[in-house]
Write a protein that binds this ligand. Structure first.
Ligand code: CO8
Length: 257
């Protein structure tokens, strides 16, 4: 399938989506979101793919929702079409999704990165929720996810002032998993995605589901959910293979079942 606003590529078991509207700093328009969702559907359905990377350009992961597209919309328009609900498809991916962020991740761009499973940041990455400067507020989880990642004080300051956070501050605050040099970003993202894709996919999916449950449940419920998934993993051939390989001092041969 050919796309106009994204570039897709696969490297072994890793599916890559590169946001590609360079003239608009990858501003997220409706067409881009539909294409991103289609690419995610295809990677989810492809048994050869074990991990997905979403990235942008060196200058911008994404500078937010497309302001020019939003400008003429009325309350009725956004309310009736439930504007932005289509943007959250990425949160329903069962396969792991890594955001490789270089440059600006602002507004919806920051929200999109936070919807991924973790964020790998280049040294020049800048995160922010500048919607307040446009007379509006974050609309796709910015006030909620950012607060869970970095705590109330920082999230509140960023949402009320529109201040950007650089990569170092984002790493200190727990928003990104780690920082790498700009030129190494894709190599590092691929390395970590390939390492994940080499594991047993059903156990990767269980681990992802369990970590995500930490955001939705109490500790007691979360631990119980984790225990049930842990027990379920004993039904996997891959669990037997992993433990057998350890005992036999060899690498496991996972078959995703
Ligand atoms: N929408 C549309 N066009 C944009 C956007 C955007 N968000 N950001 C940049 N562009 C365009 C500019 O208009 C410009 O186009 P042109 O050359 O035709 O004038 C081009 O990209 C280059 O931009 P600049 O000349 O401004 O580049 P600078 O390097 O000077 O500045 C900045 C870079 C600081 C990133 C600046 O472009 C900027 O402030 N952009 C807007 C950032 C912003 O406010 N983002 C929040 C948008 S609102 C939002 O995201 C709501 C979220 C809703 C939920 C989304 C769900 C995922």
């Amino acid at each position: 399938m050919s796309y106009k606003t994204i570039i897709v590529d696969t490297r072994g078991a890793v599916g890559i989506v590169q946001l590609n509207r360079p003239k608009a700093l990858n501003a997220l328009c409706a067409e881009l979101i539909e294409e991103l969702n289609a690419a995610l559907d295809a990677y989810e359905a492809d048994p050869e793919i074990g991990a997905i990377i979403v990235t942008g350009s060196e200058k911008a992961f994404a500078a937010g929702a497309d302001i020019k597209e939003m400008l003429p919309k009325s309350f009725q328009d956004v309310y009736m079409e439930d504007f932005i609900s289509r943007w959250e498809r990425i949160t329903r991916c069962k396969k792991p999704v890594i955001a490789a962020v270089s440059g600006y991740a602002l507004g919806g761009g920051c929200e999109l990165a936070m919807m991924c499973d973790f964020i790998l940041a280049a040294e020049n990455a800048k995160f922010g929720q500048p919607e307040i400067n446009l007379g509006t507020i974050p609309g796709s989880g910015g006030t909620q996810r950012l607060t869970r990642f970095v705590g109330k004080s920082k999230a509140m300051e960023m949402c009320l002032t529109g201040r950007m956070m650089d990569a170092e501050e984002a790493e200190r605050a727990g928003l990104v998993s780690r920082i790498v040099p700009v030129t190494d970003l894709m190599d590092e993202a691929l390395k970590v995605a390939q390492a994940i894709a080499a594991k047993s996919l059903p156990s990767v999916m269980m681990a992802k589901e369990a970590v995500n449950a930490a955001y939705e449940t109490t500790l007691t419920q979360g631990v119980r959910f984790e225990r049930r998934l842990f027990h379920s993993s004993f039904a996997l051939d891959d669990r037997r293979e992993g433990m057998t390989a350890f005992s036999e001092k060899r690498e496991p041969q996972f078959r995703n079942r």
